[in-house]
Write a protein that binds this ligand. Sequence first.
Ligand code: NI
Length: 267
Amino acid sequence: MKAQEFFEHIWQDYITIAPGAKILFDRLVVKEGTPPINDHVAFRTYDLSPVNLEVLEKHFFSLGYKRYESYEFKEKKLSAYSYTHPEGHPRIFLSQLKTAECSKRLQDIVKEICTSMDPTKPESIEVMWSGRFWNPIPYSVYQELVEESEYAAWVAALGIRVNHFTFSINHLQTIHGINDLADWIESQGYALNTSGGRIKGTPEIKLEQGSTMADEIQVDFAHGEKHPVRSCFYEFAQRHPVEDGTLFNGFVAGNANKIFESTNVKS
Ligand code: NI
C-alpha cells in the first residue's frame, strides 16, 4: 500500500465519526481555493499486546515511514513516537497508554479488552481505519475509565483509529498566522480547546498549535445502549524555522499534553 492510499482510508474513517471536521475542511478549501496541507495525524492505543505501539508502527514502516523522535507524557501516563516519511507525507504521531502505571482496576479493564479482541486483526494495516473490533464495554465501565484516564476511555469506546488531522498553517495562502486561523475557525461556529490557552506553544519553542473541541457522536455500549462520546477534532499547527533554516519537524510534549484534552468528556 502507498502512503497516499493509507491517508485516503483514514480520512474516510475520520469524517465518518467527525462530520464537523469534514465541514471545516470543505470551508477551508473554498476559502483557500485549494486543499490545505496536512501537517500530521495522530493515533492512540494501549501498551498491551496485540495493539501496542511496536505492533501498530509496523504499518507505518510498511508505508516507508521511519521513527523520528520519542516523547513521554508523565501526567497522562503516555509514551509516543513521531514518524516521518522521506517523500514528505504528513508526519504520524502514535501514543500508547502505559497501563502498568495505572490503577489495578484500569489494568484489569484494559487487559480484558485486549484479551477479548481478535489478535490477528492488528496484523493488518486495515486495523488503523476499521473502528473498534472488540465488543462494546458497559457504559458504567467506560465512565470508570473516564474518571482515571480520558485517553483510556476514548480508545475503549472508539477503537484504534485516527484521532485528528492537522491544518498546516505554514502552507495556507489566505490566512496569515495561527491567531488568524483560530479566529477564522471560531467565526465558523467551532469551539476551540482552551486548555492551556487557545494557542499552545510559542515561536521560541518552534511549534504553535491549537485545536477544535472534538465532535460528539453516539457510540454503542454493552446491553444495546448508546451514549454520546467525543470522537475526533481538527488541529492546526504553525512550525517555525530552526537554526539550519528548515522548519522544526518534531512535536512538543507540553503542547500535545493539552491537545489530548480536545476529546475530554469532562471539559
Ligand atoms: Ni496533533
